[in-house]
Design a protein around this ligand. Structure first.
Ligand SMILES: [Zn+2]
Length: 494
């Protein structure tokens, strides 16, 4: 027994820290685990009466980028002064990053805890041992970086040649020669072709999913874990359909590195998250015409364009035009509480009024309804304001206001439609009754014919509004829908 172990140490407990980096190691490299658990026997043989085994960190990396509850527990018990010695098979088990390692060694020195590995017993209070432990920690950190660097370089160069094998999505298989071929299982290949063909017909991933569900058809999905990787037939889910539509591999293209890791600092520690999509220009590898295709690259590109345009309510998408529903303000109303675009819900019965609803953060399961409001009154109020803003009546006061506002305050003229969309009071009050009396000058009060049509059949596209703004050759009065452009409407004033 080492002379460094004193009765004081033996009177306190020994802690055996067991860790393996990944779940695959935990399942397959059982020898390392056996050696680590075996340290408990060693500790008892050395004379420690009480031995604790901390194995909460099996399957967790020691690189410092994931939480390690077991390591926290170890540090806490060392701080409490109840630990006489920490046992581990090598420094790399305790930590693969300098910060954790040196923190632990510092604490051990403060409370007089030994560090024991199969090579010897170290007392961090002794300068020589401290130096040795410091070197061990640095080596273990360096070893990890070196292994990672070598592994990544080899992986990337293989991927650049299109030879790196990875788990393929349904519809493709690796041949024995290391090439990608269409799955010889006709049922799988036909299911992929069906999804792609139906998307061509229906133009929407969601519609494809609904069609498949109606038809009671199942889609192939890969079931993967460390042991098996096989096809599973499951009812059509949205993400399965979308995966088939979005994966460039179906266009005969070999791609690698479509996602990236991100590291954030949380509570002063690095936290790594994986699977963040990268823009196509940043993909590591993209090799066209690499293997047999299901659709052409041009068709694939067209599909991506269509999918991104269909993603109507998502942030970051560009086009937000109405798409043919009865609601006037599809994609235009935003929630006053959280700022998200409000969705339109049409009732299932015919003649049912539509509603605008903000569903809050429903990207997570259990999303809540933020606010909702009946659509008819809102549409009517906005439509009346549109008519008011573009009628001949409105043009004069607006022109007067435009003339009145001093130079440099042009933006303050815009108090019409945009302000209306955000005015919660207007949503609460009933819309003002139209002020059209029998004796009125009909030419002045009546909205222009195109707007009457717009009111009767609600707007389908902002493009129509833009069209209404252009002067028509038939002497049609000039109108302005966008309030900031009200000064263009001057010529329309009688
Ligand atoms: Zn909201």
């Amino acid at each position: 027994m080492s002379p460094k172990i004193t009765p004081d140490h033996l009177g306190r407990s020994a802690v055996v820290y067991v860790r393996q980096s990944t779940m695959a190691q935990v399942l397959e490299n059982t020898e390392s685990q056996r050696r680590q658990y075996g340290l408990a026997e060693t500790a008892r043989a050395l004379g420690f009466a009480s031995v604790d085994v901390i194995d909460d960190d099996l399957g967790r990396s020691g690189s410092g980028s994931v939480d390690r509850p077991g390591f926290q527990k170890l540090v806490a018990s060392v701080c409490a002064g109840s630990v006489g010695a920490v046992f581990c098979v090598e420094a790399s088990r305790l930590a693969r990053n300098g910060r954790d390692w040196h923190h632990l060694i510092d604490l051990c020195a403060l409370v007089g805890t030994l560090v024991v590995d199969p090579d010897g017993t170290y007392d961090p209070r002794l300068v020589n041992d401290r130096l040795l432990l410091g070197l061990k920690g640095t080596m273990s950190e360096y070893e990890l970086s070196l292994l990672r660097q070598r592994g990544l370089a080899a992986r990337d160069s293989k991927a650049r040649r299109g030879e790196l094998r990875f788990a393929l999505p349904p519809g493709y298989c690796w041949t024995e020669l290391g090439q990608i071929e269409i799955d010889p299982d006709e049922r799988v290949a036909d299911a992929v072709r069906l999804v792609l063909r139906k998307f061509g017909e229906l133009g929407s991933a969601r519609q494809v999913m609904l069609w498949l569900q109606d038809a009671g058809l199942k889609l192939p999905a890969m079931r993967r874990n460390t042991q098996v990787c096989k096809i599973d037939w499951r009812p059509a889910a949205y993400h399965t359909v979308l995966q088939i539509l979005r994966h460039p591999i179906y266009a005969g293209t070999y791609v690698f590195g479509r996602t990236a890791d991100r590291t954030r600092v949380v509570d002063g520690r690095a936290r790594k998250t994986t699977g963040h999509s990268k823009p196509r220009a940043a993909w590591n590898v993209l090799l066209r015409d690499h293997h047999p295709e299901y659709i052409s690259w041009e068709q694939f590109e067209a599909n991506q364009q269509l999918i991104s345009e269909n993603a109507h309510m998502q942030k970051r998408t560009e086009r937000k035009s109405a798409r043919g529903g009865r609601a006037l303000l599809t994609g235009l109303v935003r929630c006053g509480r959280c700022g998200r675009t409000m969705r339109v819900f049409y009732g299932s019965r015919s003649g049912h009024a539509h509603r605008y609803q903000c569903r809050g953060d429903d990207s997570h399961v259990g999303g809540w309804l933020c606010i909702g409001i009946g659509g008819l009154r809102v549409d009517r109020a906005v439509a009346e304001q549109i008519v008011e803003a573009v009628s001949d009546h409105a043009a004069c006061p607006q022109q007067a206001a435009a003339d009145f506002v001093p130079a440099g305050h042009g933006d303050e003229r815009s108090t019409g439609l945009l302000g209306l969309a955000y005015d919660p009071q207007l949503l609460l009050k009933p819309p003002a009754t139209p002020t059209l009396n029998p004796g009125d000058d009909l030419h002045a009060a009546k909205p222009p014919p195109i707007l009457t049509t717009l009111l009767q059949a609600p707007l389908r596209s902002p493009a129509r509004l833009t069209g209404a703004r252009r002067p028509s050759p038939g002497g049609y009065p000039h109108t302005s829908v966008h309030p900031t452009e009200s000064h263009h409407a001057r010529s329309g004033c009688p």
